[in-house]
Write a protein that binds this ligand. Structure first.
Ligand SMILES: [Cu+2]
Length: 367
């Protein structure tokens, strides 16, 4: 499942929508298999905890951290009957300002959030079908390193999945959707030259899966994914005693992408070869009726079309030799290219706190 944040300043990494108790596993996947991004973070969400049939189990948990006066509490329930299982988890978190090692309170580090996770699944010997939901709400999130905070960060994330696994064939299909809203807030800062409203929206609908065939020494398969991500970020400035100014930091845009990754693995005695190639076809379309997104970039001399297309390839090759039970020699070659992000291509006045400059995207940027 692919999730795109709704903040131009990257205040909302996708990990911010997942709470610890929901997490099953976090894998840093450098294999290049997940599309055009060479580095992907792959997070597995919690499976039902109950192993035994007809058992309902649960826990109530909580923690207190004296630094920041942080309170965390929640409850988890798992139930399983026959081949049906259900997991529900909810938790709340609230923290005041953090205090640094020298005993100095760091202003704008407070936050509060509420997270709900639910998963319903049916599983038998070969098939699994299920659905999961993550509802995350956060308010009043301080960002000490930036000149503004976040007043609201909301995420609704859903996934429906199906899989079939036998000794020779694996088929997986997932449908996912996410709806993310993000609102920045400068009203709590002591010095604000120009007050701004900066909301952002990111809606994603995607479908991914794989088909894999195993045949003694040969494993062949294909991973596929198609998604549409719709994004908008606005900036309205209110200069004192002047008329307000409006612009898009991300002009309304649909990014549609298709990723196809065929792969093959061959095993022979103690040798093992793997190869896969990923093709990403991408189309970005400005969808604001006023053509303001294109016009904004024209101001800086960039000629940009309403519809822009990109294509990227990645290759992954691995050879492995197992000399014995303890000694394995492995060689990997990974060549990848990545389609630039919406911010990199079309972002408009995106603030970088590292150097204090605002940046404009380059619609002609290469992979
Ligand atoms: Cu933000």
């Amino acid at each position: 499942m692919r999730i795109f944040g709704a903040c131009t300043d990257r205040m909302d990494p996708v990990t911010s929508y997942v709470e610890g108790p929901n997490l099953f596993d976090v894998l840093n996947d450098n294999s290049g298999i997940g599309g055009n991004a060479v580095n992907n973070l792959n997070i597995s969400l919690l499976n039902p905890l109950v192993e035994n049939n007809n058992v309902v189990s649960g826990k109530i948990y909580g923690s207190y951290q004296n630094n920041g006066n942080q309170v965390f509490s929640g409850a988890l329930v798992s139930a399983q009957k026959n081949k049906l299982s259900l997991t529900l988890n909810g938790n709340v978190r609230k923290a005041d300002n953090y205090t640094s090692g020298g005993g100095v309170e760091v202003p704008f580090t407070q936050f509060q959030k509420q997270n709900f996770f639910g998963r319903l699944a049916y599983k038998n010997q070969f098939y699994e079908v299920g659905g999961l939901a993550i509802i995350d709400r956060a308010q009043n999130i301080g960002f000490a390193a930036l000149p503004m905070d976040v007043s609201i960060a909301n995420a609704n994330i859903f996934k429906f999945y199906h899989s079939y696994k036998s000794t020779k064939l694996i088929v997986e299909n997932n449908l996912y959707l996410s709806n993310i809203y993000h609102e920045m807030d400068d009203t709590k800062r002591p010095f604000v030259p120009i007050h701004m409203d900066m909301p952002g929206w990111s809606n994603t609908l995607g479908f991914n899966g794989k088909v894999e065939h195993l045949n003694e020494q040969l494993r062949v398969g294909v991973d596929y994914e198609v998604f549409r991500n719709r994004r908008i970020a606005e900036m309205t400035m209110y200069p004192p005693n002047e008329i307000e100014m409006f612009m898009y930091t991300w002009a309304p845009m649909n990014r549609k992408q298709l990723n196809i990754t065929p792969y093959v693995a061959y095993y022979h005695k103690n040798l093992n070869f793997k190869y896969r190639v990923n093709t990403s076809l991408n189309q970005d379309e400005f969808i604001d009726s006023t053509a303001m997104g294109v016009g904004q970039l024209n101001v800086f001399g960039y000629q940009v079309d309403t519809i822009n297309q990109h294509i990227a390839f990645s290759h992954f090759f691995e050879a492995e030799y197992s000399a014995n039970e303890v000694f394995t020699l492995s060689y990997q070659l990974n060549v990848g290219s990545r389609i630039p992000s919406i911010s990199e291509l079309y972002g408009f006045y995106l603030f970088n706190s590292q150097d204090g400059f605002d940046y404009v995207g380059n619609p002609n940027m290469e992979n």
